[in-house]
Design a protein around this ligand. Structure first.
Ligand SMILES: [Zn+2]
Length: 315
């Protein structure tokens, strides 16, 4: 490969890396960007952290990956953005942008002339998601969630791409592998553009868990070995569970949420999952499991609003 690689004004010569804060057109905050331009032709890999600005374990993993890639010989080109949603990161804003209150992971591929988050989604899509061959979107359970590590791959109409994406997800070694069709997500936008695309989740409660950050870092590197972006033989993980079906019930009350389960619990259909009480302690509504499975995530915030996800069960 002989070409200089330029992204958002940052230029990496062949066989070199570069990093800096860059502007995206129409986006108010600069984002951190690391580029590694490999010596040989190969796929373009994009690794994102901080699409949700308070998922610190995954942001730390992305920061660690910048350091790791400085030491690695990669095939093709690798871009890492440790924090995509800089405004949400600095404001410690859960899930959403602090001004327009939109969730970047629900509105991709965005709108060039829309609100702040829509413009960010548009630029993210144009700059990274459409041109890449492999997308790894790192998440880590927001401040109000307990969560067991799991990894999503997006099911497209293309069975060949689907098998590649599922295999790639498997190489992360994360216990639960989730087939998803969630529209508007960052990884769905990349998958829809014909790319291998996964979203890995590890961490919870806005706390940095070093062992889980290591799980994400090692998983990324192993998965990239499996497709030849990195040299070496990948480790073959085993014992993982494919999640084929799931339930994500939402609150229809305002009040105080008292979960009866925690992430990682196995539950039976009909089992009580928790209840919402008013702020005088009177029960408002109980919530029950629609099906049997593992609790992938559970809201742990006492404060609850209508329309918020209470928990997720997968099987
Ligand atoms: Zn997230």
């Amino acid at each position: 490969m002989s070409d200089v690689w330029e992204v958002a004004g940052l230029k990496a010569a062949p066989g070199s890396f570069v990093q800096g804060m860059v502007d995206l057109p129409g986006v108010s905050s600069r984002i951190p960007l690391f580029l590694l331009n490999g010596r040989a032709d190969g796929p373009m890999t994009v690794i994102l952290g901080g699409v949700h600005g308070c998922e610190y374990t995954s942001i730390d993993a992305a920061i660690q990956l910048v350091d790791r890639f400085k030491q690695l010989e990669a095939l093709g080109r690798v871009a890492i953005v440790p924090v995509v949603s800089m405004d949400a990161y600095s404001a410690r804003s859960l899930y959403v942008h602090p001004t327009d209150r939109k969730n970047l992971n629900r509105i991709c591929p965005g709108n060039e002339h829309g609100t702040e988050t829509e413009r960010l989604a548009f630029q993210l899509f144009q700059t990274f998601l459409r041109p890449c061959d492999i997308l790894i979107d790192l998440h880590g359970g927001d401040m109000c969630e307990s969560l067991v590590p799991h990894i999503y791959w997006y099911q497209t109409p293309d069975p060949v791409l689907n098998e590649k994406a599922r295999r790639f997800a498997q190489y992360f070694g994360i216990p639960y592998i989730y087939r998803s069709r969630a529209l508007g997500s960052v990884y769905q936008s990349a998958a829809g553009a014909g790319n291998i695309s996964v979203l890995a989740e590890a961490g919870q409660h806005g706390i940095l868990y070093p062992a889980l950050a290591t799980m994400l870092v090692d998983g990324c590197l192993n998965a990239l070995r499996s497709v030849g972006v990195l040299p070496g033989t990948p480790f073959e993980p085993s014992g993982q569970v494919d999640i084929e079906k799931s339930w994500w019930p939402e609150s229809d009350q305002f009040g105080a949420w008292y979960p009866a389960v925690k992430a990682g619990d196995r539950v039976q259909a009909g089992q009580k999952m928790g209840e919402i009480r008013d702020l005088f302690g009177n029960p408002l509504k109980e919530y029950f499991a629609e099906g049997a499975g593992v609790v992938l995530m559970c809201m742990t915030s006492l404060a609850i609003n209508p329309g918020e996800t209470l928990f997720a069960i997968g099987c």
